[in-house]
Structure formats: C-alpha cells, structure tokens
Design a protein around this ligand. Structure first.
Ligand code: AMP
Ligand code: ZN
Length: 473
C-alpha cells in the first residue's frame, strides 16, 4: 500500500515518494532545553517516532535518517540559568541547565518508548554553519546588517508565506509586534543579534565586530542542511511552528541554497490540551512527562500508557489529555498484556495495521485493528503489532503505582461540575423517553468522558427510570 501523508504545504494528502529510497530523510524541531518537557512536547516526539518506525519498516532500518535538534541557545535558557544558579558565571550556569534538561528529556522520551533519532545535533555545535549561511544570504541580498543585527528581508523573496498561506500584506496588517526602527520591513526577522555582556556569544557574520548569537529559525536551517542536505523529504513539528518558525526556515534555506523547496512534505501535529483547557501554569493544569511518570492524579503512570493514550487520537486532531483517558489506555494494555503472556511474536506486522498507519498515520484505526486481533485471540499478531508500535507487551513494565501507599483507592480526580452532570443526565433521560436513543447515547458518551459512571434503575412504583451516578474510581 502507498504511504500517504497530509502535506501542510499543499493542504492535501499526498502519496509519499522519497527523493532517495536508500536514504529517506526527516527533520523534526526538537526541544529548547531549559525545563522539563510537558505532555504537549511529547506529542511530536511520539507521532514522529511512529512515522520513523513506519519508514524504517518500509525502506529498511539503515535507510532512514531522522534528525531532531536540541536548541541550547535561547533567552529562556539564559533566564533559567540566572535564576537557578545565581552564584555561577552565566556560561557555566547555562551548561548546567542544558545538560540537566537534555538528560531529563532523553530519559522521559525513552520511558515513552521513543527510539533515539539518528542524529541529535546541538545548535551551539553548528554556529559556523549558521554564520556561513547568513553570509551567503547577505551576499545574495536576501539579508542585511543593521545595528549589529542581521535581518532577513522578507520582501526579497517572491513567495514568502506559502506554507502558512498568508500574504505579506496581511501579515503586516495583522502584526502586533513592536517594530524595531532599524527593520526595513516590519516582518523582517532576525538571523543574528548582538549578545549582552556575559551572555553566550560568538564571532558575528556580515562583518559585524561585536560578538553575537543566532536567531532561533536559522538554527534549524543550518542543522538540517548539515545533516540532511539542501533538500530533504519530511520536516515536522507542532502546528504552532508553522508560522513563523517553519515559514522562516523555508525562507532562509531556499534563499541560501537557491532551491525551490526545503523539504518536500511538511507535517504538523495538532495541539494537546489538558482536561478541556489550554495547558498553562496559571490554570494549574500544566503537566510534565516527569510528573506523569512519577505521580499525577494519585498514580505514577507507566510510559507505555501515556504512549497508548496519545495514539488514540489522530495526530492532526486536537487532543484532550484526561485522567479518564489515561486510565482507559492503561486498562486496555493491562488486559492485552495479560492475555499475551506466554505467546510468541508473529514474523510480520499485520497488514491492516500497516495499511492504517500508511494512511496518514491513522493510529485510531490501528488501535481498532488491535482490538480486532485481541477479540479474535490472534495473540502472535497482536504482539507483533504492539512491539512494532513501541510497546513491550510485558505487564511488569506497566504497573501503575499508587502514590498514597496501600490506603484508599485514588482514581482520577474528575474536574466535572456536579450540576452539569445532573443537567446532562436529565437531557439523556428526556432523550430516552422520546425514544431518541442515539441522542441518549451521545449524552452517555459525554458523561463517560467526564469520568461519570451511570447506574440506571426502574422505580418499581412509577415505572420511571431513576439514574444515580458517581465519579469513576
Ligand atoms: P517548544 O519547546 O515549545 O519549542 O516545543 C517543542 C515541540 O513541542 C514543538 O514541536 C511544539 O510544536 C510542540 N508542542 C508544544 N506544546 C504543544 C502542545 N500543547 N501540544 C502539542 N505539541 C506541542
Ligand atoms: Zn525548527
């Protein structure tokens, strides 16, 4: 079956044909290493890990190069270094922050069953390549020097904005950024900027005498070119990166290399929210992978359950991360792994699983296929499919550890509002009375998603349905 992928650039699902089947090349924007990875950061890691596994299966494990960078130069890193290690010289403090965060990131992603990418380049080890690229852009009049900055001149590129589908005029009209007076055009973006004293700095390009540091976008252009060449197959990341990050990567790379594309296919995962709300520290629903693995909503959750829960939603859809969903994911794996005890692994990955994955990574369909294999008792095939997807099939790896010792059974703390639950129950019962059973089922589904267990009984006197409920444990 052909592999089809949804390309943000064309806004269509397209048949995937690698430029070189002997070396299929993929770049995914990696973490900025200043803090624990949150569960949203884990989404691109898991999604592109699944794609990496599929590509390795199709083209051979030695014929796929997956590059995921580490951004280790950034204002947020500097700020964290100053707060966490005030007594150390800044550069030393930065090294401590980045090393610690990078190690934590690696451990977390291993716990989620993600394979290491082929190369994990660090921005600070590619400054020469960034400088060379910037000099080329200046020489070809796509960039200019102003007040010790180097800026990319967006109107020098004929089709800037193609990926995000915005015209330059619209962008200017809609832009709320304060425009530095030295910019020729308000949308011109930074390739290089001066460093403040004590901050990490390198010799500048463009004949600038003061040392400086690169902008964020140029890092990915330089690292992808170094490890994958001027044109490669797939570039990925979260949907928030389409603009400006990926748009600007394309502008820099194409103008520096004189190519009409940087990557053939652009893939973007949808955003993840937690219990129906945007994840943010102020809302108190910000959750890191480390927290989930060590203690969240009463349990230390196994990484495989996090992975499975993530894959239940198609990668392009928004994902609502809920404790109830996680619990269901865990329950399914626990049951399957129990049934798989003592079974062998089939030689190949089942065809329907590969077909579903090859259709723009349709993981919900894959999971439906796994359920079918389970129902049919095809243990060898279920095991082969799960292992291919990064699951161990060993119960000892997915123990869910209670955080409060042996005491009460702490389940998910549902955040649902009891008044809303009552309203939905009344609506469901009204729908049932009107014999609109699909509507009634819809309300039931909504209630279940809120972590509510319904108990129906008939009142012996009136013959009416009485529904009581409780939060799932
Ligand atoms: P950052 O460290 O913020 O640059 O993010 C690293 C990666 O995680 C990028 O590919 C982002 O698009 C992705 N990402 C960040 N937040 C979320 C989220 N809430 N849901 C899905 N992906 C996210
Ligand atoms: Zn990037």
């Amino acid at each position: 079956m052909t592999l089809t992928l949804y390309n943000t650039l064309s806004r269509k699902k397209e048949a995937f044909e690698p430029l070189d089947a002997a070396n299929v090349r993929m770049y995914v924007c990696g973490p900025t290493v200043y803090d624990f990875a949150h569960i949203g950061n884990a989404r691109p890691v898991i999604v592109f890990d699944v794609l990496f596994r599929l590509l390795r299966h199709r083209y051979g494990p030695d014929h796929v190069t997956y590059v995921r960078n580490i951004t280790d130069v950034d204002d947020k890193i500097n700020a964290r270094a100053t707060t966490d290690y005030p007594a150390l010289p800044l550069n030393e403090a930065i090294r401590k922050v980045t090393e610690k965060t990078e190690a934590q990131f690696r451990d977390d992603m291993h716990a989620l069953g993600a394979l290491d990418p082929t190369v994990e380049p660090r921005a600070t080890e590619h400054i020469d390549q960034m400088r060379a690229m910037i000099d080329r852009l200046i020489a070809n009049e796509f960039a200019y020097v102003a007040e010790d900055h180097v800026l990319f001149h967006v109107s020098a590129m004929a089709d800037y904005g193609k990926l995000s589908g915005r015209s330059l005029d619209e962008m200017i009209a809609g832009s709320r950024v304060e425009v530095a007076p030295f910019k020729r055009d308000p949308m011109d973006f930074v390739l290089w900027k001066p460093s403040k004293s004590g901050e990490p700095s390198w010799a500048s390009p463009g004949g600038i005498e003061t040392p400086g540091r690169p902008g964020w976008h140029i890092e990915c252009s330089a690292m992808s070119a170094e490890h994958l060449g001027d044109l490669f197959d797939i570039h990925g990341g979260g949907v928030d990166l389409v603009f400006p990050h990926h748009e600007n990567e394309i502008a820099q790379s194409r103008c520096a290399h004189g190519t009409d594309a940087m990557a053939r296919v652009w893939l973007h995962n949808g955003f993840l929210q937690v219990e129906g709300e945007k994840m943010s520290k102020s809302l108190g629903n910000f959750v890191t992978v480390h927290e989930l693995l060590t203690g969240w909503q009463g349990y230390a959750w196994p990484g495989e359950a996090l992975r499975f829960n993530m894959l239940r939603t198609h990668y392009r859809k928004p994902l609502d991360w809920t404790c109830v969903g996680l619990e269901e994911a865990h329950k399914t794996l626990w049951e399957w792994y129990g049934d798989l005890e003592g079974s062998e692994t089939a030689a190949g990955v089942p065809g329907p699983v590969l077909d579903a994955l090859s259709n723009d990574l349709n993981t919900p369909k894959v999971i439906a296929e796994l359920h079918k294999l389970h129902c049919a008792g095809h243990w060898e095939h279920l095991r082969a499919a799960l292992q291919f997807l990064g699951f161990s099939c060993e119960r000892r790896n997915i123990e869910r550890v209670r955080q409060d010792g042996a005491g009460s059974d702490v389940g998910c703390a549902s955040t649902a509002d009891p008044a809303e639950v009552e309203t939905l129950i009344a609506a469901r019962n009204a729908a049932r009375k009107a014999k609109d059973f699909s509507e009634a089922d819809r309300f039931r589904g909504e209630l279940e998603a809120m972590g509510v267990v319904l108990m129906d009984a008939k009142d012996p006197k009136t013959g009416e349905f009485v529904t009581t409920w409780e939060f799932a444990r």
